[in-house]
Design a protein around this ligand. Structure first.
Ligand code: AMP
Length: 208
């Protein structure tokens, strides 16, 4: 089963995708995480992506699509995957429909004010990828519950202007996806303002 998770930054896409990945036993592919991994390792791809990421702009389609195409060729995604952060525009949507048509497109809906509040307050463990926020603070401030390592704020969440730009861009680009998946009959709306567990239950009700 192939699922696309859509939602504004801060809507809990990553967290919900991880839970769903465990539940369905299929990989979670996060475009943002793939880029951050490459930035962390200092690869050429990472270097090219970073200049766009830091400005809150989308990385060019050719780079993203090739990265996803490579990832979808791995044997672990044969039975399906959860795509988080891809597609983000009409070109990427067309590429994905060609490479791997999806059965469900989940839209996590959240208002702009809550999204900004969540983003500017979220911290994560760079090692485990666990995201903490106001709804789920770490037991000890600044320390990861799982590995005990230091928590950091994502560089692209530090600048409120860049955060607002990312949100505005999201709304502009997501419209075509919503219209297409709605037409295809695979669009599932979920209120992302609800508690995390309730959001997950609602997603599962649609999918399983
Ligand atoms: P995210 O983790 O989804 O907030 O993504 C972080 C950054 O990665 C974004 O601000 C973009 O620069 C880049 N990015 C993530 N997904 C995409 C995509 N589908 N297309 C282009 N750039 C992306």
């Amino acid at each position: 089963m192939n699922i696309v998770m859509m939602g504004v930054q801060g809507s809990g896409k990553g967290t919900q995708s991880k839970s769903l990945s465990r539940e369905l036993d299929i990989p979670h592919i996060s475009v943002g995480d793939l880029f951050r991994e490459n930035v962390g390792k200092g690869t050429n791809l990472g270097k090219r992506a970073k200049e766009f990421m830091d400005k809150g702009e989308l990385v060019p389609d050719s780079i993203v699509i090739n990265m996803i195409k490579d990832r979808l060729e791995h044997p672990d995604v044969k039975a399906g995957c959860i795509l988080d952060g891809f597609p983000r525009n009409g070109i990427q949507l067309a590429a994905l429909e060609y490479l791997r048509p999806v059965e469900h497109a989940v839209l996590l809906e959240l208002d702009k004010e809550t999204a900004i509040e969540r983003l500017t307050n979220r911290i994560e463990c760079p090692k485990c990828g666990i995201i903490y926020g106001m709804n789920m603070p770490p037991k000890n401030p600044g320390v990861c519950d799982k590995c005990g390592g230091p928590l950091t704020q994502r560089s692209d969440d530090l600048n409120v202007e860049a955060v607002e730009k990312r949100i505005a861009l999201y709304h502009k680009e997501i419209e075509v996806l919503v219209r297409y998946y709605d037409w295809k009959g695979v669009l599932r709306h979920v209120n992302a303002g609800l508690p995390q567990k309730e959001v997950f239950e609602r997603i599962k009700r649609f999918i399983i």
